[in-house]
Unconditional design. Sequence first.
Length: 447
Amino acid sequence: MSRLVAVSNRLPLGDNPSGGLVVALADALRSSGGLWVGFSGEQAEEPADRLVFHDGAPFERASFDLTPTDYEAYYLGYSNSVLWPVCHGRPDLMHIHPEELEGYRRVNARIADLLVPHLRPDDRIWVQDYHLFPLAAELRSRGVTARIGHFLHIPFPGPSDMATLPNPDEMFDWLSHYDLLGFQAERDLSNFVESARQLARIEPLAEGGYCLNGQETRAGVFPIGIDTAAFIEEARHAQVEDRMRSLTGSEIMIGVDRLDYSKGIPHRFRAFQLLLENNPDLHECISFLQIAPPTREEVEAYRDIREETEHLAGRINGQFATVNWTPIRFIHRPLPRKVLAGLYRQARIGLVTPLADGMNLVAKEFVAAQDVSDPGVLILSRFAGAAETMEDALIINPHDTWELAEAMACAIRMTPNERRRRHSALLQGVIENDIGWWSATYLDALN
Ligand code: ADP
Ligand code: G6P
């Protein structure tokens, strides 16, 4: 069996990673083994010109540092101030600076230089996410002939958002050098085809193949999953239940997200406010626990969303809190996964309300963590990739505060039978399409 070489920007070297990519890829590599290459998270004025290998089974990890200039241009700049907002339907938050695009190209070229000496001809190279779109082109120009696939963890923009990029032509050129392009949802594949049709040259070939700008590639949908069996066990053995009850004395509604503007956290706070305004009988009966670790705080839009969220939580608490009850509790840090698993299990409602999201693993973790005899209810945004396969959740439009507040009320009052029926259908999907299924299906297609 040929070796799997995964390359991503983020490489988990510490504890408690938050972010779907590292959680999913760590789960996938644990079963297949292989090498995972990524950014160490460290900046250095003069980074080593070779990869640094880290010990630790069951897979090898190798990292590189970035100069402060490259970190700013490639990571904070083009990746997270251009591609991220555009892919999440927020081109209004985009900041275009030509030197940042230059830095993005430069870092991808450097990663190719660092990687090439370690590659074998029969490796399967699996490039992850939007930070590394140019990597296949860079590897090919250095003579690499191995199979190279890409998986995009975030949404692919439709033509009108795509056209706001400074370089849509170049984007399609980068993509055309991959043997396989993987997307989270049907929505993303059709956006890719439609954007390419309007902004590049694309012709369909047989069996998911395309001729993109004169190069043959294939594209497909591979919805990512979680390590469901392990997460079920984790939740079953979590010890937080009594502690949680004594802390609140009320039912819990939980949200777990990086504090990102794409996650719709203010929207769910406003809906909770409306719920409390319209349902005085629910006061002191339900508390909202929002766990939102900081992310990309050097980017202005992330500082703004933090301020907005904290302000809103403070205002709602000021409006409704009693001496016995704090309606919203806001935890702004990462937690160990087993604690998260226990909190999900304790919660009556899981709130997953992104305005745009590749998949959203929290939706799947919440379902896996439930007690099957008394499960909680998942409220899920129709704009999460997960909504395509998790139809038994309460599917909502997060922009509609009334609809969301109504779904919260409906979830609180849902009968145990109805909760069990919905949960059992959801759990079946999360078990069948788990992380092992995802990586096996993708890698089969790449082979
Ligand atoms: P994204 O990839 O955009 O962050 P996902 O929902 O797909 O969104 O993945 C988020 C992952 O990060 C999940 O596995 C979730 O459990 C984890 N995570 C989110 N918040 C925390 C937190 N406070 N502590 C630990 N892990 C977290
Ligand atoms: C999303 C992206 C990942 C990223 C993660 C955390 O899941 O798809 O590529 O790693 O967010 O963001 P960060 O910027 O901290 O790596």
